[in-house]
Ligand binder design. Structure first.
Ligand code: SAM
Length: 311
């Protein structure tokens, strides 16, 4: 059973200082072999390392930028920006309606990678001029490249290297794409709790819908669209690691948050759904969000749906 993504293993940073740590190629290969993933072990064996067997950080950075550039192309084809705005537009409408006074809002993209989403939102002005757009990533190289691209494109948005939950300014809404499945077990609960404990009004995290077809769909799509063996490998593993509706609804239902899943399994065409969001709102925002979504609110369910569905 393949469970590990290569990109999670070939970089390491000190969680306190953010400093890059050396990664030994043989240790990564051993981890992958132990997980039964010989193919991934071969991919890592082909990566450049110095005479001490430490992976060349510059080669790793170039590789990850190239894989994320291919990922950006997938996001463009899957119209991730439009899909996000379909939910985020009504979410900000609800937040504005519930606010006692007008003000500036801040969207924080957790694990923004090359910042495609934040740059797309900035380029289209889809959420309005009162929403500041900030992308944050623990990976200095990816976030540096996001910043370079935003400047080259002349966009009004910001990129920050670090932990999205340690920012000096509070987020109004936390979002992410393709990040949730990286958090396993208690780390997933901690992820939602960090947001509930912050002053944020809501979160909206898109990740791959765990359907029986997801791994096959991911294999076909990544085979057709991605060139890099690492990208192809991690794309399929991501689909296998995708969290079920139940896991997400249970983990996101933390005190102070109303957890809602948009397009749960069974309501959407399994051939079309690729990413769907788990949404969390402060309880007073649920009614205005449903009003702002209009007829589409019927696609959004809370944890009680699991009981009704007998899961
Ligand atoms: C698979 S990448 C997602 C990239 C991007 N969202 C996309 O769709 O292309 C996951 C990223 O999340 C970042 N990450 C995980 N936890 C984070 C946190 N608490 N704060 C900032 N970045 C985080 C990792 O550094 C990694 O680059």
């Amino acid at each position: 059973m393949h469970q590990l993504e290569i990109s999670d293993l070939i970089t390491a940073v000190d969680p306190h200082t953010g400093r890059r740590l050396p990664v030994r190629r043989t240790e990564v290969i051993q981890q992958l072999r132990e997980s039964g993933d010989e193919r991934a072990a071969r991919i890592v064996a082909g990566l450049a390392a110095d005479q001490d067997g430490v992976l060349d950080p510059h080669a790793v950075d170039r590789l990850l930028i190239s894989v994320h550039t291919e990922l950006q192309r997938l996001s463009e084809e899957l119209r991730i920006g439009e899909r996000l705005v379909h939910v985020l537009g009504p979410l900000f409408t609800a937040i504005r309606a519930a606010a006692r006074q007008t003000g500036a809002y801040r969207l924080v993209d957790v694990g923004c990678g090359l910042g495609y989403l934040v740059r797309w939102l900035a380029a289209t002005d889809a959420l309005g001029a009162d929403v500041e757009l900030v992308g944050v990533d623990l990976d200095a190289t990816l976030v540096g490249e996001a910043d370079r691209l935003a400047r080259a494109e002349g966009l009004t948005c910001r990129f920050v290297h670090g932990n999205a939950f340690d920012l000096p300014e509070a987020a109004t809404v936390y979002v992410s794409t393709g990040v949730l499945h990286h958090f396993r077990g208690s780390a997933l609960a901690d992820f939602f709790q960090a947001q509930a404990a912050s002053p944020a009004h809501a979160f909206c995290h898109f990740d791959i819908a765990a359907t029986p077809l997801a791994p096959l769909g991911a294999w076909i799509f990544h085979r057709a669209r991605m060139r890099n063996p690492l990208g192809r490998h991690d794309g399929v593993v991501s689909a296998r690691r995708a969290h079920s509706d139940e896991t997400l609804l249970r983990a996101a239902a933390v005190p102070g948050i109303r957890a809602l899943l948009y397009e749960p399994r069974g309501t959407a065409n399994p051939f079309c759904t690729t990413l769907r969001p788990i949404i969390g709102v402060r309880p007073h925002l649920e009614a205005p969000l449903r009003r702002a979504l209009g007829r589409d609110a019927r696609h959004m369910v809370g944890p009680e749906h699991l009981v009704e569905a007998g899961r």
